[in-house]
Write a protein of this length. Sequence first.
Length: 156
Amino acid sequence: MGFHAVAPFLRGYAPTAVPPDACYGLGALVADAVALHQALDGYDAAEDLARVKESLRQPANLQAAISYYRDPASATAPGDAVPYAAEEHAASLRGSQPTLYLHGSADGNIAVELVGGAEPLLPASSRLTVVQGAGHFLHLEQPAEVNRHILAWVTG
């Protein structure tokens, strides 16, 4: 369809390095997303699923990946609020860009019941869609359905 998609690794997931500050809080993720946005010119996002599986084989990378699913307070290193204070604040604000939020009906990490009230918090003209039969990795579990929603969103 002529679109370019990017699926970056979160900090600490191999092949990225485990961050020296061990920060996995929201502010750190926002800072990473901003840096990625600035670096994307000419990026080729074609990745092999086997590489994703390989990315969690090293204990330090697995520990980093697990840190995202723990209590946010325990996933934040001491002083995390200082280097990422602006990003933490920005993440708490309602954005202005309409957003498509897709969530798997069978997500075992973030229960679908927890996202029911998210739509009013999204920017105007946003949409929350629950993808039936999909879990946490809905783009891998229901790729045709996810692609259909994304293409309808970006062309609609």
